[in-house]
Write a protein that binds this ligand. Structure first.
Ligand code: DGT
Ligand code: CA
Ligand code: CA
Length: 363
């Protein structure tokens, strides 16, 4: 199955401020050049009814939502990553094999635990949706199929809060009316090329002579397009052992610029993160902080070391230095503070911890 969270960044924002749930919510990447320059990252489904989509300019979204009580928010990556980690921990616990493919989506191979029974898989998917809902207040859409290709397309079939099951014998009927662009690997250019060949739907592609496809797109792609149009895919669900970072963020009891009250909180976050890396036998070279100030602006700072940190005191010390420096650059008060470690490597005994600390270079 493929599990994909609905309108992820905007829904994450709704969980920390439920009062915006019944309004259009638009999460934006502000470029900073002028007040409204930048693009929409994502929007909730209420805003989508007004035509707001990922990637459109912010001023266009504002125009579409003129005279509507809409909420525009800046992206807060550290917060979404933290929620993503919690989602993935839940999903992983339900899978025989697990493969995260984006901040808000993952493949779960559940063949063994369901005995290959689609009805069992459906029950499991419903249980996963319920768990995400009760524990994290998030809705998701799940697609179940005989392979990854079908599961992914099935997950997009019904959104938000969808659950679509495509059994082997339903594959052909499911795929054939869909536009070719729904296949992974068929982007705008390929789609246009296929259109000139009279191929509009996946069914058209399935009927197209494979030798002709090969002569046009080359052997590898030609064969792939042909197989994909028939729903054939035998790629395994494979754990990618490359979690890129761990982060935690937390709202302070009150807005403050007092270093010791900030550190009291960040030291807790450091300990939580450190315990996770310890469990997974990982060490890290980059330490970052994030701060939301009382004007709601978001800031990040980081430092990369030459050798990995494998000691919580060193982590706390670097976080302290980053905050000291950051506070000297602003007159505002901090509202939320976060810690993030990245550049993860498998732990090797025999590190010179103190040296690694003195080798610290800012970035
Ligand atoms: P969905 O799955 O259709 O309900 O909506 P989303 O928002 O979850 O869309 P998805 O799964 O494609 O992307 C996950 C997150 O990635 C999304 O919440 C924000 C971010 N994202 C997606 N597309 C864009 C984009 O074009 N620009 C930027 N900056 N971020 C994007
Ligand atoms: Ca999504
Ligand atoms: Ca996604």
């Amino acid at each position: 199955m493929l599990v994909d969270l609905d309108y992820f960044y905007a829904q994450a924002e709704e969980t920390r401020n439920p009062s915006i749930r019944d309004k259009p919510v638009v999460v934006c990447v502000y470029s900073g050049r002028s007040e409204d320059s930048g693009a929409v990252s994502t929007a909730n489904y209420i805003a989508r009814k007004y035509g707001v989509r990922s990637g459109i300019p912010i001023f266009q979204a504002k125009k579409k939502l003129e005279n509507v009580n809409a909420v525009f928010l800046p992206v807060d990556d550290a917060f979404y990553e933290e929620i993503s980690e919690r989602i993935m921990a839940i999903l992983r616990s339900h899978a025989d094999r697990f493969e995260q493919t984006g901040i808000d989506e993952a493949f779960l191979d559940v063949t063994e635990k369901t005995g290959g029974d689609f009805q069992e898989a459906k029950k499991l998917a419903q249980a996963i949706k319920n768990e995400l809902k009760t524990r994290l207040a998030l809705t998701s859409s799940i697609g179940i199929g005989p392979n990854k290709l079908i599961a992914k397309i099935a997950a997009d079939n019904q959104k938000p809060d969808g659950l679509t099951i495509i059994e082997s014998e339903q594959v052909e009927a499911f795929l054939s009316p869909l536009p070719v662009g729904r296949l992974i690997g068929v982007g705008t250019k390929t789609r246009e090329k296929m259109q000139t060949l009279g191929i509009n739907t996946i069914g058209d592609l399935a009927k197209y002579d494979v030798q002709k496809l090969i002569s046009i797109f080359g052997k590898v792609l030609g064969v792939y397009f042909h197989d994909a149009s028939l729903g054939l895919d035998d790629a395994p669900v494979q754990e990618k052992n490359e979690v890129e970072s761990f982060s935690r963020i937390s709202t302070l009891k009150e807005d403050t610029r007092d270093l010791s009250s900030i550190l009291e909180r960040t030291n807790q976050l450091c300990n939580e993160i450190y315990n996770v890396t310890l469990q997974q036998k990982l060490v890290f070279k980059t330490v970052g902080i994030s701060v939301v100030l009382n004007d709601m602006s978001v800031h990040t700072r980081s430092r990369t070391l030459e050798t990995p940190v494998d000691n919580v005191e060193v982590l706390e010390e670097i976080v302290k230095e980053l905050f000291e420096k950051f506070l000297s650059e602003t007159v505002l008060e901090a509202r939320r503070v976060g810690v993030k470690v990245s550049n993860l490597v498998k732990e090797q005994k025999s590190q010179k911890q103190i040296t690694s600390f003195f080798n610290a270079t800012p970035n």
